[in-house]
Design a protein around this ligand. Structure first.
Ligand code: NDP
Length: 283
């Protein structure tokens, strides 16, 4: 019997890289499914990004994730972009297709996949707190999936307006801005309410999203992109009001599932991956 000693390679380029749990989550899925694939976490500085992409290409990697600070600059070294990555203007997952590295953005796709298990954004209205990189990815992905309107609520008006203008000019959805200097009253016709800020991230777990909780009603789906802790104060309070909720850990896990699907073509078990990250965050 001949034996085979050449694994398929994937990985991640980021700086800092050491605290990102994605490697454990992806490798758990590879092992669970008996795949001879590896995911290698690499600390890559901005000045070494070009060489790292060239190296991945030379070594025949199937693809790689990239995280801060490379999500925008990596585009210069890729051969093309997926639809939403082009609109968002940022890439966190490169995929080798026909020998070319194509940049995708799985941040928003991971969120959308969670959302779709609860509600289809087609033709409905959403409120989103935040206008940073993650908010941009989630808002664009919902807008490209047929959301009719989105209200961006952000402290920094300039940053908020940039996202509003992007959605209005590059997607079929309508967007408007509310500058966030008060407890926000969620309009009654909002079907989806999302915290896409960093409020509530460990260790600042008691931080509050500045919203009138009385304006959140049980018919609304409430999402939070904070993965750690998954059950944020905002999620717990919304659930107590009877809302259906989606958490940021689901978004993180789905990003892994989508990345692995892009690289290997296979649908992997999300539960195995979720358990791995839960154990890491619990520890
Ligand atoms: P950015 O720095 O790009 O954006 C941060 C956003 O949060 C801005 O809109 C900022 O508002 C807002 N914000 C921060 N603190 C406050 C506050 N105290 N009150 C009001 N608004 C606030 O960060 P990212 O978008 O890259 O990341 C945001 C969060 O998303 C992170 O905590 C990260 O953990 C999470 N994330 C989760 C992922 C997942 O898979 N679950 C994936 C990626 C990110 P302003 O513009 O006014 O400063």
């Amino acid at each position: 019997m001949s034996r085979h000693f050449l694994s398929q390679l994937t990985g991640s380029f980021a700086m800092p890289a050491a605290e990102n749990p994605t490697v454990a989550m992806v490798e758990a899925a590879y092992q669970h499914h008996g795949l001879d694939w590896r995911y290698i976490n690499c600390e890559v500085s901005p000045e070494n990004l070009a060489d790292s992409v060239r190296g991945a290409r030379a070594m025949g990697w199937a693809g790689f994730n990239c995280s801060l600070p490379h999500k925008v600059n990596v585009i210069d070294y890729l051969d093309g972009l997926g639809t939403s990555a082009a609109v968002i203007g940022a890439v966190n997952c490169a995929v080798r297709r026909d020998g070319k590295f194509i940049g995708e953005n799985t941040d928003g796709k991971g969120f959308l996949q969670s959302l779709m298990t609860v509600i289809d954004p087609k033709g409905i209205k959403a409120v989103m707190f935040g206008a940073g990189g993650a908010a941009r990815a989630c808002a664009v992905e919902m807008a490209l999936s047929g959301l009719s309107e989105i209200t961006i609520v952000n402290r920094d008006a300039t940053r908020g307006q940039i996202l509003v203008d992007l959605i209005n000019s590059k997607t079929p959805a309508k967007a408007n801005l509310v500058v966030w200097d008060h407890a926000f009253h969620v309009p009654a016709d909002s079907a989806i309410v999302v915290n896409a800020t960093s409020i509530g991230l460990y260790p600042d777990i008691d931080a509050r999203v500045n919203v009138e909780m009385a304006s959140i009603t049980p018919s609304m789906v409430v999402g939070d992109i904070i993965p750690n802790p998954p059950r944020t104060l905002f999620i717990r309070e919304s659930e107590a009001k009877g809302c259906r909720v989606i958490d940021g850990l689901g978004m993180l896990v789905n990003q892994g599932v989508i990345g692995i699907k892009y690289w290997t073509g296979l649908d992997v078990d999300a539960d195995v991956m979720r358990r791995t990250v839960e154990e890491i965050f619990a520890g």
